[in-house]
Design a binder for this molecule. Sequence first.
Ligand SMILES: [Zn+2]
Length: 252
Amino acid sequence: MNDELNDDELLRYARQILLTDWDMDAQICLKNAKVLIVGAGGLGCPVAQILARAGVGYLHIADHDTIDDSNLQRQTLFTKDDVGKYKADVAKSALIRQNHLIDIDGTVIKLTCDNIDELFGVAKFDLVIDCTDNFAVRDLLNKSCIQKNLPLLSNSAIGEMGQIAMFNRQAGCYHCVFGAEMGDDNNCVNSGVLASTVSIIGSMTAQIALDVLGRGNNPIQGQLLLWQGRQMSLRKLNFQKNKDCPICANLD
Ligand SMILES: [Zn+2]
């Protein structure tokens, strides 16, 4: 547990420390925070680089995939030279170059119910951020986070739209809001996505994560944030914990 900032950190984070209601205390909270980011694609890239630059003390990036030429339109941590390499490895190296004052790890892993406990065990995480585009992994993350009483910040983007919500035992879980229906994965491969959409949604997700980790304030508690790019509209819908939810009922 660190209770102060060194000279390098004071200089690096000076503009943030000046913020109203931020101060040294919030920056020290960030320094002590441990965050797991699952998925280093269009959403994971902006989320990870904002949290890294802002001074979150420990970031762990988990992703199973390699970088493809078609990723470069929106996945801002990667360049042409990285094609064919593992996203988790390249993201880790890129993030270390952006901020050497924090600790960063990367794991190449395709999450299943057999290996998720191992990943969650690498650190005492304060927050898990779901940046995947896969329903099975999203469902797995939701169940594990509720079981371990870890807040799950979930974001997704498709086409020119996106959504963000924070799930926990008190507010309700992903299953409370979306049910068990898996359906076909409606993802960027078959539906397309505008370069700006993932950066906007990822940046808003990072804003929420910084508020939660720095100030202990969740600005979307019990709410689903919906972004529609073509109309430039942002809406918040309230959701409630389902008292019959098979994942989170009788837990609080
Ligand atoms: Zn639930």
